[in-house]
Design a protein around this ligand. Structure first.
Ligand code: GLA
Length: 401
């Protein structure tokens, strides 16, 4: 026997783990070492998404340079599901004629394919969920070549939690955690690295229990909308969550709305800047084949993406505000910092005379910085005036100490 193989056998025997358990353990550790990046069908296509939309989006991710900028996951959200056959095997509906072929296509582009389900009998859009078919579904995903699962609570609340434990919130929560744990184990047992993304809207502090069961990301809020107020509300709800995020497990303030609805250019820029600062999954949700150049420029800004993907994985913290201006900052692996100053006020015509307090950021003296939206170098000095239009952002990176 080869020496390394012999060592492996000894190690396996000592740890009393089977080879498939070893694979499962290492595969769960390998995904999401930095926040996942990609695209998801829901925010633009919702229930209309088809196999063709997924292929077109995959094509566009490659030809637009988004793949090379880091967008790897192409995620099908709700409404792909058909019926179960007599053996319980789930089939796709007519919008997705051949999921394996679709996965092969997406993989041939150097991308990964994500899918959607939930622990309840039905998904949020009323399609077939994974209740009582968890292992079977996980195996099916692995056979198809799925790389990412978004697992959405929805009907599990009325149909299982409230039925099994009426008026007992603590027991309902235990039932919910067990349901997520069950799917986490089913995914691990397949041996395929499948990123596990929990979607239960931030109820019952998922950041406290999702990492332990192998969750790679968990939604921290309800659904995002392509409106400033929704984006700002979600941002405000991320205060205090930074310590729960890190390599392999991330807070998820929901998918991007960049390029959707009537968001202004400043709002798109601020939304993207802040999701990068929050070490959030960067899942674009716009109509990629018809993306405007200025939206493409936002989504592919390499300096901003580098903040999101910084290997230290430190989510930004809210530092202070003055009037309608907020300051957020995060530490970076090279010893530097990213700082975001945002004008959350809605006065359209006035800029806000804001003076940056470096001391509150733990910085002393002039800081050499790069403005990540203009690409220009600048100096940050204590008490310097910063003028920002409504809902706009100054995003800078200061160098290593
Ligand atoms: C929920 C989720 C959304 C989306 C829809 C699909 O509302 O929070 O992100 O997945 O379900 O039905």
């Amino acid at each position: 026997m080869h020496f390394r193989v012999a060592c492996l056998v000894v190690a396996l025997a000592a740890a009393a783990l089977t080879p498939s358990q070893i694979t499962a353990q290492s595969s769960s550790q390998a995904v999401a070492q930095t926040p996942p990046m990609g695209w998801n069908s829901w925010n633009y296509f919702a229930g209309k998404v088809t196999d063709k939309d997924i292929r077109d989006s995959a094509d566009q991710i490659v030809s637009s340079g988004m793949r090379d900028a880091g967008y790897i996951y192409v995620n099908i959200d709700d409404t792909w599901e058909g019926q179960r056959d007599a053996s319980g095997v789930l089939h796709t509906n007519s919008k997705f004629p051949d999921m394996k072929a679709l996965a092969d296509y997406v993989h041939s582009k150097g991308l990964k394919l994500g899918i959607y389900s939930g622990p309840g009998p039905k998904t949020c859009a009323g399609f077939e969920g994974s209740y009582k078919h968890e292992e079977q579904d996980a195996k099916l995903y692995a056979e198809w070549g799925i790389d990412y699962l978004k697992y959405d609570l929805c009907s599990f609340i009325p149909d299982v939690m409230e039925k099994q434990a009426p008026n007992d919130k603590a027991e309902q929560m235990r039932i919910m955690v067990a349901a997520y744990d069950k799917m986490a184990k089913a995914l691990k047992a397949t041996g395929r690295p499948i990123l596990f993304s929990l979607c239960q809207y931030g109820w019952d502090s998922p950041w406290e229990w999702a990492p332990a069961l192998g969750g790679n990301a968990w939604r921290t809020t309800g659904d995002i909308q392509p409106r400033w107020q929704s984006i700002y509300d979600i941002l405000s709800q991320q205060k205090g969550l930074a310590s729960y995020a890190g390599p392999g497990h991330w807070n998820d303030p929901d998918m991007l709305e960049v390029g959707n609805g009537k968001l202004s250019l400043a709002e798109n820029r601020t939304h993207f800047s802040m999701w990068a600062m929050l070490a959030a999954p960067l899942l674009a949700g716009n109509d990629l084949p018809h993306m405007k150049p200025e939206i493409h420029a936002i989504l592919t800004n390499r300096d901003v993406i580098a903040i999101n993907q910084d290997p230290l994985g430190h989510q930004a913290q809210y530092i202070y505000s003055k009037g309608e201006v907020e300051v957020w900052a995060r530490d970076l692996k090279d010893g530097g910092k990213a700082i975001a100053v945002i004008n959350v006020g809605s006065d359209t015509y006035s800029t806000h005379p804001f003076h940056l307090d470096l001391e509150q950021l733990g910085l002393h003296g002039t800081q050499h910085a790069k403005n990540l939206w203009t690409g220009k170098d600048m100096d940050l000095t204590n008490d310097m005036p910063i003028e920002l239009a409504s809902h706009d952002v100054l995003l800078v990176r200061i160098g290593s100490k």
